[in-house]
Design a protein around this ligand. Structure first.
Ligand code: SGN
Ligand code: CA
Length: 538
């Protein structure tokens, strides 16, 4: 049956190509031939670490190249800012409560409709290479090679249907090699291809490639405005302060006090700062440290020792306290994080060059995005999960010379919910009716439908869980954001125009009464539209 469908699709393409040849075709008509699709998904790459989005802390020339030669979406968001749920949404185009992947702890039900299955049935060759993180085996792929769980930066293993293979080298390079190899082996075929090119980077614990260790050492990376916003601990006077400085703290949910994701208090010296064994203070650290170290070759280990030990010495010598200590930790954190992105961007450059050289570039759509955003010291944090901008927002750029005009920009509210329908639409297939997202194809062509959404729905479920972020749901419009922390019975309302950093909720401000009521109605409408159950399914 599948082969018959493939044959039919191939014959249709051939007929289309022949008819274009006879009638003399324009570039627009060429784009009617379903494009090859390379879907690049990084893990935790915040858009404020992409220069196309105006980042002042890193240059990402190859991601920018996609943006300049294609489309950049300025308002792209997730529905649930955590890894496996985001992947469930990508595959299905449905919210977490519908696709069943509410948290990282569950196993994905791969028997439900996913877009790779639709593409495979429509005649695409499909592959999934890199981080998968959904526990069940991938479905809808002709080829898959996935990292076990979170995977490893150095000398990683890949699981395949035939068994597990081990490789020496750096994961971002290896994933790219595999993607290019797979395309190369298939490019003579008449079927279009779709590959999920899914990186581990820049996920915690941010291990740079050996050649990038120290690449930011000579500069001070600018600190985010809100680095000290959730300040707790020792202030410059050397005294412990349990409270927060007034003004910086007022008007936020009580849950920000109990989260566990501050650079100040929750960053792990062994795991995150890569301090050496003699700094290890308890068994958990020792365990983390040895697990990590065992993977390195002797040469890699020497490079690591030379690099990180010097920082440990500096840390001890300086004996930093209070804000100075936090500033120091921030520099260590952000430099490792950014270094892993340099590798992602370089490898993207390698892939783009390959597409040019092989003539594949014209009718291949390359999508670059991430499973969620991330805190880069914003609010004093690392990690994600909250509905605040830094982790809600994702980078989203696409290049497709045959189908997207260079320099296109979209400011519409889009979500990862829209990926599956977009990719199905690109393949020329009808989008199943129960899909909750919408195709972005008209937006790519700068033709926004009149009834495009004016608000988005968000829902995070992983509590209790790592980093202690409570469950919450909310609505965001182009200007406002209303969040309900339903476990603790609290609300927040932010006016993003007046308070981009979301430091002061105006939920109780009488001036915002009308806005608040409108947003509550909108929230109810969205919960009904998306069939959100009253009680959480878990
Ligand atoms: C790991 C990290 C967490 C992170 C989760 C989820 N801890 O557990 O900091 O929030 O992954 O990330 S670590 O000690 O293992 O680094 S996700 O992107 O996979 O959802
Ligand atoms: Ca992630």
């Amino acid at each position: 049956m599948k082969n018959q469908i493939k044959k039919y699709v191939l014959l249709s393409y051939l007929a289309l190509i022949v008819s274009m040849y006879i009638t003399g075709c324009s570039t627009e008509e060429v784009s009617e031939v379903p494009p090859n699709i390379i879907f690049i998904f990084t893990d935790d790459h915040a858009s404020h670490a992409v220069s196309a989005y105006g980042s002042d802390i890193i240059q990402t020339p190859n991601i920018d190249r996609l943006a300049n030669e294609g489309v950049i979406f300025h308002n792209a968001f997730v529905t649930n800012s955590i890894c496996a749920p985001s992947r469930g949404v990508l595959l299905t185009g449905k919210h977490s409560h519908i696709n069943g992947q509410l948290t990282n702890a569950q196993e994905f039900d791969g028997t439900q409709m996913t877009y790779p299955q639709v593409l495979q049935q429509s005649g695409y060759q499909t592959a999934m290479i890199g981080k998968w993180h959904l526990q069940s085996d991938p479905t809808g792929y002709d080829h898959w090679e996935i990292l076990p769980g979170q995977g490893h930066y150095y000398n990683p293993e890949f699981i395949t249907p035939e068994g597990t293979n081990h490789y020496e080298g750096y994961v971002t390079d290896i994933i790219t090699d595999k993607v290019i190899d797979w395309i190369e082996n298939n490019r003579e075929s008449e079927q279009p291809f779709m590959v999920n090119y899914h990186h581990k980077a820049p996920h915690r614990n941010w291990k740079p490639a050996p050649e990038h260790l120290g690449m930011f050492d000579d500069i001070d990376i600018p600190e985010p405005e809100t680095l000290f916003a959730n300040w707790s601990g020792e202030l410059d006077d050397g005294q412990d302060h349990e409270d927060f400085p007034p003004g910086e703290w007022a008007g936020r949910t009580s849950a920000v006090q109990t989260q566990e994701m501050t650079l100040m208090n929750h960053f792990d010296e062994a795991w995150d700062l890569k301090f050496p064994p003699d700094s290890v203070q308890d068994a958990r650290h020792a365990n983390l440290w040895s697990n990590r170290y065992e993977r390195l070759t002797d040469e890699q280990r020497e490079q690591w020792d030379a690099y990180y030990d010097a920082y440990y010495e500096e840390y001890k010598d300086k004996n930093l306290q209070g804000r100075d200590r936090l500033s120091w930790i921030y520099q260590r954190y952000i430099k490792d994080y950014l270094s892993t992105i340099v590798s992602v961007d370089n490898n993207l450059g390698r892939l783009l060059d390959y597409l040019e050289e092989t003539g594949l570039a014209e009718n291949t759509i390359v999508v670059y995005t991430s499973d969620q955003g991330f805190y880069l010291g914003d609010h004093g944090w690392y990690d994600k999960r909250w509905m605040y901008e830094e982790s809600l927002h994702i980078p989203l750029v696409m290049r497709w010379p045959a189908g997207i005009e260079a320099g296109t920009q979209s400011r519409e509210l889009v979500q990862n919910l829209d990926f599956a329908p977009t990719l199905i639409d690109l393949a020329g297939e009808p989008v199943p009716e129960d899909v909750q997202g919408r195709s972005l194809v008209p937006l790519m062509k700068d033709q926004t439908p009149d009834d495009w959404r004016s608000s988005i729905y968000y829902h995070y479920y992983e509590y209790p869980g790592e980093h202690a972020v409570p469950r919450h749901y909310g609505v965001r419009t182009d200007r406002y954001k209303l969040i309900h922390y339903y476990q603790v019975g609290e609300w927040e309302l932010f006016d993003l125009e007046a308070d981009r950093g979301e430091m002061q909720s105006v939920y109780d401000d009488p001036d915002y009464e009308e806005v608040k009521q409108e947003l509550k109605e909108e929230l109810d409408r969205l919960r009904e539209k998306y069939n959100v159950p009253e009680e959480d399914p878990i």
